[in-house]
Design a protein around this ligand. Structure first.
Ligand SMILES: Nc1ncnc2c1ncn2[C@@H]1O[C@H](COP(=O)(O)OP(=O)(O)OP(=O)(O)O)[C@@H](O)[C@H]1O
Length: 498
């Protein structure tokens, strides 16, 4: 069989890095190709090249046996290459059908006429969507299905799915895999990017691994296993054991009682949440995004006011000021890294020192000490394996995973009393994930209390002592991790009764 899509020696350079270094790969009709690699390995760059957002410096792209030029997403779509983006690009107040009509960009396709067509495509591949629903009412999984239908309507033969399961519940991820299998059976090709090896092994026909911009291996499903893939990705073996031995609970660090708070749109977001968090404990909070997790963390980080109820940190009422809270030992790894976590125009060293630039080890006697500053920044870059051309590189030029590492290095320095970790490994590769897990466990052993908000159940189950589930602002649990099943958590996440 001949390849549908071929990349031949694609090279893309950015100042100080070769993001793609002579990358060659083929995609055949009716297969799922998984693209794996550590943060900064070059996956997003490759996708951007395929989708016409970047031009390669060298190399060729062939589609159905002919060399092609992809200078824009329109070119990509014309050639049958569609992208299901990580963050949906739909217009919230329009219906699904209206959004899809917009996507086609032709007045010949008014929204009324597109409805039946959408239903036909959706049914054909087992995608459940209602063309009449307004987009703002849809769950992340439903929005993703709309993006898939949009790409199919535009004639995609190759679908690129960029970390599609990161926003899904386990049940939704399973539903997505069923759709992917249907698409494959219908002869479509899928390029699937994921850091989660279980998923890759359950869905991919082949796995291609990138490291530092180069293809370091390509394995057929039969040849692939978790340890082999992990080793290819990071260049060393990685352990996958349950990380946590539950310990006796220490004193209460955080008390939350009957907490109510409103969302930014002034809707009730937390409807009487209560729990205790102890020294040396990791409390996992599961839930689909948008069920109150952000508001809870914002209250605890001093960024959102309390409507009713009480929150106490070490027995004292919580001061409503992020700076005071930081001084009291509250570390915050925020959800929105780019906006809240870093100053994109500042360089890596400055971002690392952002919170404590006037204190040791960065400064002496309140004065910045350039040598100490440089040394401390270098030490953190090494400790967290932050891939950056230099300490002076603006953080906006780092890959998503490396920006994340800068925030982690900064927030987890010292010995926080309470760590608010929101999706701390979101978008991180397995090497970096393993390291973040190790640091969180070390900090808990040294006495920190951790509130871990994550959509990754594997992560919650392997790290937490207790797990609670937020659904529409109400908390189920927390339960001891030994006493809950994945299925029960998945059900609570969607409002079901376990
Ligand atoms: N616009 C840009 N300017 C400069 N450097 C860039 C740019 N985009 C990416 N890079 C660099 O290219 C390399 C590859 O980045 P890329 O985003 O493709 O990695 P990735 O594999 O998608 O990583 P992640 O899993 O963290 O998303 C990184 O070193 C990154 O810092």
């Amino acid at each position: 069989m001949s390849a549908l899509l071929e990349l031949k020696n694609i090279t893309k350079r950015f100042p100080g890095v070769v993001a793609n270094d002579k990358v060659s790969l083929e995609v055949y009709p009716g297969e799922v190709l998984a693209l794996l690699g550590e943060n900064g390995a070059g996956k997003s760059t490759l996708v951007s090249i395929l989708y016409g957002l970047y031009r390669p410096d060298e190399g060729e792209i062939w589609v159905e046996g002919r060399p092609v030029r992809i200078a824009s997403p329109m070119d990509a779509l014309r050639l049958g290459i569609g992208l299901v983006p990580q963050h949906p690009t739909l217009v919230g107040r329009h219906t699904v059908a209206e959004n899809l009509a917009l996507g086609i960009g032709s007045p010949l396709w008014p929204a009324q006429r597109i409805g039946p067509l959408v239903e036909r495509i959706a049914q054909g591949y087992g995608l459940q969507i209602d063309p009449r629903a307004p987009v703002f009412q849809l769950s992340p999984g439903e929005k993703q299905r709309v993006e898939i239908v949009r790409a199919l309507l535009r004639g995609a033969k190759v679908l690129i799915l960029d970390e599609p399961t990161s926003v899904l519940t386990p049940q939704e991820a399973e539903a997505l895999f069923r759709v992917m299998r249907e698409l494959r059976a219908a002869g479509k090709s899928l390029i699937f990017i994921s850091h989660k090896l279980e998923e890759v092994l359950s869905i991919a026909d082949r796995c291609t691994v990138l490291r530092r911009g180069r293809v370091v291996g390509s394995l057929l499903r039969e040849e692939a296993s978790k340890p082999r893939l992990a080793e290819l990705m990071v260049g060393r073996s990685v352990s996958f054991e349950r990380k946590r031995q539950s310990a006796a609970l220490g004193e209460v660090v955080l008390e939350v009682d009957g907490l109510r708070a409103r969302s930014s749109r002034n809707l009730p977001a937390l409807q009487g949440v209560s729990f205790r968090l102890h020294r040396g404990e990791i409390l996992g909070l599961a839930g689909v995004a948008g069920n109150g997790q952000s508001e809870l963390v914002e209250v605890l980080a001093g960024l959102r006011s309390i409507e009713a109820g009480a929150v106490r940190l070490l027995g004292q009422p919580l001061p409503p000021s992020p700076a005071r809270l930081f001084d009291l030992g509250v570390a915050h790894i925020p959800e929105d890294r780019i906006q809240m976590g870093t100053v994109p125009s500042m360089n890596v060293a400055e971002n690392l020192a952002l919170r404590t630039f006037d204190r040791p080890p960065w400064a002496r006697g309140g004065l910045l000490n350039p040598r100490a500053f440089e040394e401390e920044a270098r030490r953190q870059v090494q400790a967290y394996a932050i891939a950056t051309p230099s300490l002076r590189t603006p953080s906006r030029l780092l890959s998503g995973g490396n920006i994340q590492k800068v925030i982690l290095a900064r927030e987890l320095a010292g010995q926080p009393q309470l760590i608010l970790a929101v999706h701390p490994t979101y978008g991180l590769d397995i090497g970096a994930t393993e390291q973040v897990h190790r640091v969180l466990l070390e900090k808990t052993q040294q006495g920190s209390a951790v509130l871990l908000v994550s959509e990754d159940l594997e992560e919650l189950l392997s790290l937490s002592d207790r797990i609670g589930v937020l659904y529409r602002g109400a908390l189920q649990g927390p339960f001891a991790v030994e006493e809950v099943s994945r299925e029960a958590i998945g059900l609570w996440m969607t409002g079901g009764v376990a």
